[in-house]
Write a protein that binds this ligand. Structure first.
Ligand SMILES: [Zn+2]
Length: 84
């Protein structure tokens, strides 16, 4: 089967080959937002979001699938996190 496994959902479904770019751009967006809010005098925004933060299930940024919904492939998050 030719499947670029769908690994999760964050704004849209995310396939494995796009995951790294997606979380990098997400981290960039949050950092930019935090800087803007801090410049406006808002407190409580940390400004050092790392892409890997978005793969922390406890933080709940992204719905992380255990299996690819299309082919049933077991998604190895441990390996994925090491490769980010
Ligand atoms: Zn798949």
């Amino acid at each position: 089967m030719n499947c670029d496994h769908t690994v999760g959902y964050m704004h849209e479904f995310i396939v494995l080959s796009e995951l790294s770019d997606k979380i990098k751009s997400e981290a960039y967006g949050w950092n930019k937002h935090a800087k803007t809010m801090a410049a406006l005098g808002s407190k409580g925004y940390k400004d050092d979001y790392n892409p890997i933060d978005f793969l922390d299930g406890r933080r709940g940024y992204m719905t992380m699938f255990k299996h690819c919904p299309y082919c049933g492939y077991k998604i190895n998050w441990k390996e994925i996190k090491k490769s980010i």
